[in-house]
Design a protein around this ligand. Structure first.
Ligand SMILES: NC(=O)c1ccc[n+]([C@@H]2O[C@H](COP(=O)([O-])OP(=O)(O)OC[C@H]3O[C@@H](n4cnc5c(N)ncnc54)[C@H](O)[C@@H]3O)[C@@H](O)[C@H]2O)c1
Length: 325
């Protein structure tokens, strides 16, 4: 197949590109490189530097290439930044996505779209593990952006039932290639694993926000999914929407939660070093526990995460960060 991967120079997108190429697919990456890295894009893929806010660039892209499907990873991803700058996030994540879908469908005749959504669409859960039909009450602009894009896809399919889409609601993507040659690098970095690994490597303090949550050890619990498993979920979805048409929503997580303290302890174990932890008050908006009910993707698509043990996640991330120094 010929696949367009937007955001293919970013963390998850670059893993997707490699997996598609290894399967024999043809891949075009469309990325502004604003938050991604050219070096992360596999040299077998064609890289088109462009912004999804730029309608002319998208028209040119879809006139030049005939794609079988779009995998849409491009977007800004910081919850905190989205709260400080909602317009930047709305324009980039919502308006940009709408441009991509409209032009992809009208100019490119594409009718298969896989969208990187997020657990942030749920907001504070009233039920854990969180099923896909849980109420959607996002508490951040970022979460609202993701829900708005899901709605756009639903509207587009209502207008044209030939369009198949899947919204994959990722929980916490993490980990690196097993050989440590590629991994997570965000600017700004907000994720606990890379932040704690950097702190331990540089001998700096690590701020742990909140130790009085209603969880096993008082720290927040999250569902961590290794990036290689996450990418595999996209392959299963691609197969599914190639066989039959639909508008689908799946959580992508393991269904198991790890607390912040468990993550930090595993980092200390793998690195054989002691982390200098500074306990701080809770941050506004952090929920006690966010764990996916991933029954649907397991049963309907046969999703079976292989790399999401805490040990594999931390070991692979550690190897990647070691190579960056
Ligand atoms: N990392 C996670 O834990 C997580 C969790 C849930 C959802 N997601 C979603 O998955 C997707 C990928 O996340 P990631 O962690 O790889 O992020 P990332 O920041 O590493 O990659 C995003 C890529 O999109 C590109 N981009 C951003 N805006 C663009 C635009 N307007 N036009 C073209 N390219 C643009 C960036 O340059 C970057 O290369 C995002 O949509 C994110 O919201 C990620």
């Amino acid at each position: 197949m010929k696949i367009l991967v937007t955001g293919g120079a970013g963390y998850i997108g670059s893993f997707m590109v490699k997996t598609l190429l290894d399967r024999g697919d043809e891949v075009v990456v469309f990325d502004s490189l604003e938050r991604g890295r050219k070096e992360a894009v596999d040299t077998r893929a064609r890289l088109v530097e462009g912004d999804i806010k730029d309608r002319l660039a998208l028209e040119k892209l879809f006139k030049e290439h005939k794609f079988d499907a779009i995998m849409h990873f491009a977007g800004f991803i910081s919850v905190e930044e989205s709260t400080k700058n909602p317009d930047l996030y709305y324009q980039n994540n919502v308006v940009g996505s709408k441009n991509l879908f409209e032009i992809g469908i009208s100019v490119g005749n594409v009718n298969k779209i896989i969208f990187s959504s997020s657990a942030a669409v749920y907001g504070n859960p009233t039920k854990v593990p969180i099923p896909e039909d849980h109420p959607k009450n996002p508490t951040s602009e970022y979460g609202k952006n993701k829900l708005a894009v899901e709605e756009i896809l639903k509207d587009l399919r209502n207008i044209n039932p030939q369009i198949s889409f899947t919204c994959l609601r990722y929980f916490n993507a993490c980990g690196a290639a097993l050989d440590g040659n590629s991994g997570e690098m965000h600017v700004p970095e907000t994720h606990i694993i890379p932040l704690a690994i950097k702190a331990i490597m540089e001998g700096k303090e690590f701020s742990l926000f909140g130790t009085d949550y209603e969880t096993i050890d008082g720290t927040c619990v999250r569902d961590y999914i290794h990036v290689l498993d996450l990418v595999e979920a996209h392959i299963l979805v691609l197969k599914r929407i190639s066989e039959s048409n639909g508008g689908l929503y799946y959580n992508v997580g393991t269904g198991n939660g790890f607390s912040n303290k468990q993550i930090l302890e595993e980092i200390e174990k793998v690195s054989n070093k002691k982390l200098n932890i500074l306990e701080k008050p809770r941050r506004a908006g952090d929920s006690d526990e966010l764990v996916a009910d991933s029954t649907n993707i397991r049963w309907e698509l046969g999703f079976d995460p292989k790399y999401s043990s805490l040990e594999t996640i931390i070991k692979s991330a550690w190897e990647w960060h070691k190579k960056q120094n």
